[in-house]
Design a protein around this ligand. Structure first.
Ligand SMILES: N[C@@H](CCC(=O)N[C@@H](CSS)C(=O)NCC(=O)O)C(=O)O
Length: 237
């Protein structure tokens, strides 16, 4: 791990969500990926403890299971910019990143790879120097994001993963947006060999995904309108 960047994995237990903090030691500017509303104050305290200032609060996608912390973080860091992939067309955000955009903050560079499939606007953020891959819900540890709402598509998710994630070096570490079994990190090599869904051929993968029969996330009706408004209360209810 390069000494130029501070890296922390943070956890929100109600939705089993991971957020990721990357801080530049030289400029003291930071990026927070996938913050959650109810842990925004905790995250702000950690950022201040590390003598960092939050430049960007960004999401991998419009989440359905929890409200993003991006809006709440504005109260702690008034200069913070919010960001999302440009495929998330209906959502508000200060910046919308095109495919292969490089988000640079001090000595941190994040490549934005569009990885639709769980939702149509999903992105994966890749830090090439340290080999960190923030997959959101595209690839979970030994799993992947469901594809049954928000214009999800199993065929699209398969293509995204094969072309944008499996093509990364095997040693790159995968940091997902959730884990429901207490796992924290995987690698491209591990998931390419062991992921029970994504090791299958495309047709079988689609069949698996179309038969998951998962209950909808409990907060979906609340979370989507708030997240479309960047985590702030929607004007129209
Ligand atoms: N029980 C949770 C929601 C669990 C869930 O559906 N997780 C999503 C990611 S958050 S939208 C998912 O894609 N899961 C894939 C899987 O195979 O579990 C709740 O009610 O919030």
């Amino acid at each position: 791990m390069t000494a130029k960047v501070i890296f922390r994995q943070l956890f929100e237990k109600e939705s089993s969500t991971f957020s990721y903090l990357l801080g530049c030691k030289r400029t003291r500017k930071a990026i927070l990926i996938d913050p959650v509303d109810i842990t925004a104050a905790r995250d702000a305290e950690i950022i201040r403890d590390l003598n960092l200032n939050l430049a960007y609060a960004i999401n991998t996608h419009v989440h359905a299971d929890h409200i993003t912390g991006t809006h709440n973080l504005r109260a702690h860091f008034p200069e913070v910019k919010t960001g999302l992939g440009s495929g998330a067309k209906i959502a508000k955000s200060d910046e919308k990143f095109p495919h292969l955009h490089i988000l640079t903050v001090g000595d941190i560079s994040l490549e934005v790879r569009h990885t639709p499939g769980h939702t149509n606007g999903c992105v994966t953020y890749v830090e090439h120097k340290m080999g960190l891959v923030f997959t959101g819900d595209a690839v979970l540890i030994r799993g992947c994001g469901r594809t049954d709402f928000q214009e999800g598509s199993a065929a699209t998710l398969y293509k995204s993963v094969m072309e944008q994630i499996w093509t990364l070096p095997d040693h790159f570490m995968i940091y997902p947006a959730h884990d429901y079994k207490g796992r924290t990190v995987s690698s491209v090599d591990e998931e390419k060999r062991l992921n029970p869904r994504l090791t299958k051929k495309k047709d079988e993968f689609i069949q698996i995904m179309n038969n998951l029969n998962l209950p909808y996330p409990k907060k979906i009706d609340l979370a989507l309108p708030w997240n479309i408004n960047c985590g702030a209360e929607p004007l129209e209810k």
